[in-house]
Design a protein around this ligand. Structure first.
Ligand SMILES: *[C@@H]1O[C@H](CO)[C@@H](O)[C@H](O)[C@H]1NC(C)=O
Ligand SMILES: *[C@@H]1O[C@H](CO)[C@@H](O)[C@H](O)[C@H]1NC(C)=O
Ligand SMILES: *[C@@H]1O[C@H](CO)[C@@H](O)[C@H](O)[C@H]1NC(C)=O
Ligand SMILES: *[C@@H]1O[C@H](CO)[C@@H](O)[C@H](O)[C@H]1NC(C)=O
Length: 417
């Protein structure tokens, strides 16, 4: 019947138009969670303007020394918290990743609105695309985003992942990386010393295509701690080549590639509880070696966590075939004053072409886009429920395959087309 056919064809064309003209949606990885525990995660962030270390720290409501340590910036340089960081500097922001409504996210950041702020300028500029205007709107139940009162405190939900602190059974810290238009998956993998396969597995990507604005969970290999559960810094994990400051700014822990967590007194003049290993004259971080006929007796005074305001030290001895060289720690940099390409801080395009990477067959830890509606109710414009310009959750492959199904269906119904 011709009328029915015309109806069909119109409906299908409308549906196709709906799918293909949906505003470019960014995808991001959703990690379901059930426990109340949290982990430390990192955010990739490009400064939108010159900011003092203290101002940047308060933008994310984090400790300024944690921020500096996470970027291997020398915390002992004078008045470092008032140092002005240059616009466009690329930094890692350490945040606490919690479990909220069944998914991993960070909700400890609040933003106080200023005159002439808009949700999209807060999302895209101030928070560097880590959040979308729609997500801020939803998180704060804002009915009319065109009217923002000055001085409002907005919750800024930020993406993060824990994945049990491991990747392929090795300790890992997860970085939420905002993809830039120059990026390729291979470039991101090379830059963060991981593989395309691993990134595809972690992020449940069907192919290696990434787009400007996507947010990827990038596993950074790390040194894990084994502090007791009652320690306030339980679960501390430091990415390779990086630092973390703990125990009330008294202890600084670092992770040298291929080695274990190494902690020593931090170079800040704060009053700290004793850092001496009981019954010895060894201080936290000291390692002594004693050559004997049986080998090398290595004794070290390590860090065992921060408990009730006390620094726990642990003395350990082991007999090793050869004496280790002097303890190596990752290099620290002076507080940056300008952005230079050789700093290793700016995003890098792919150093090589990607050739037919295998489809990620790693243990899936990512929910399909549809179930993420738990956290982000679908926007009205998306028939599939998974397309909400906002967010985080869309895997374009799903809408693409739906279009393909419709096209095939169209072909079947109207073979003459
Ligand atoms: C998390 O990792 C630990 C080992 O590091 C393992 O024992 C535990 O079962 C893992 N938990 C989950 C939920 O995978
Ligand atoms: C022990 O550690 C303290 C603090 O880091 C340091 O000042 C001292 O030189 C170290 N001593 C030895 C013998 O390594
Ligand atoms: C190694 O040295 C420590 C202290 O220097 C000592 O207590 C321990 O007995 C020594 N171990 C061996 C196997 O020699
Ligand atoms: C910490 O201190 C409280 C009270 O001061 C005590 O009850 C608790 O057992 C202490 N915890 C540890 C692990 O020592």
């Amino acid at each position: 019947m011709p009328t029915t056919n015309i109806l069909y064809i119109t409906t299908i064309i409308i549906i196709i138009i709906l799918f293909t003209t949906t505003p470019t949606t960014s995808k991001s990885t959703i990690e379901p969670c059930s426990t109340t525990d949290s982990c430390t995660a990192l955010l990739s962030y490009t400064l939108y303007t010159d900011l003092k270390v203290s101002e940047l720290a308060s933008l994310f409501q984090i400790d300024p020394f944690n921020l500096l340590s996470a970027n291997s910036i020398d915390i002992s340089s004078p008045d470092v918290v008032s140092h002005i960081l240059p616009s466009q500097l690329f930094l890692n922001i350490p945040i606490t990743c919690s479990c909220v409504d069944g998914i991993r996210k960070s909700v400890s950041t609040h933003y106080k609105t200023r005159p002439s702020d808009t949700l999209s300028n807060i999302a895209d500029a101030v928070y560097g695309g880590l959040v979308s205007a729609d997500q801020i709107k939803e998180a704060n139940e804002i009915d009319d985003p065109t009217v923002l009162d000055v001085g409002m405190s907005l919750v800024v939900p930020l993406p993060c992942a824990c994945f049990n602190g491991t990747d392929n059974n090795m300790p890992a810290v997860y970085l939420s990386y905002v993809v830039k238009d120059v990026d390729t998956l291979a470039g991101i993998a090379a830059r963060y010393k991981t593989t395309v396969t691993d990134l595809m597995g972690v992020n449940a990507l069907g192919n290696a295509a990434v787009e400007d604005g996507d947010i990827l969970a990038v596993p950074l290999s790390a040194c894990a701690s084994n502090f007791p559960r009652y320690a306030s810094d339980y679960g501390l994990s430091v990415p390779n080549g990086g630092y973390a400051i703990t125990a009330g700014h008294c202890v600084e822990c670092s992770c040298t590639p291929g080695s274990r967590l190494y902690c020593q007194p931090a170079s800040l003049s704060v009053s700290c509880s004793s850092m001496q290993c009981k019954g010895t004259n060894l201080m936290l971080g000291n390692v002594t070696v004693q050559q004997s006929s049986a080998g090398c007796n290595v004794t070290s005074c390590g860090y065992g966590g921060f408990v009730n305001g006390s620094i726990i030290t642990t003395l350990s001895s082991s007999l090793q075939p050869r004496c280790p060289g002097p303890q190596q720690v990752p290099p620290v940099i002076a507080p940056p004053t300008m952005v230079t390409p050789d700093m290793g801080l700016a995003p890098a395009p792919s150093p090589f072409q990607l050739g037919g990477a295998p489809i990620g067959g790693l243990p899936g830890s990512v929910v399909p886009s549809t179930s993420s509606s738990i956290a982000f109710p679908p926007a009205a414009n998306g028939p599939s429920g998974s397309i909400s310009g906002a967010c985080t959750l869309v895997n374009p492959i799903s809408s693409f395959s739906l279009v393909m199904v419709l096209v095939l269906f169209l072909g079947l119904v109207f073979p003459f087309l």
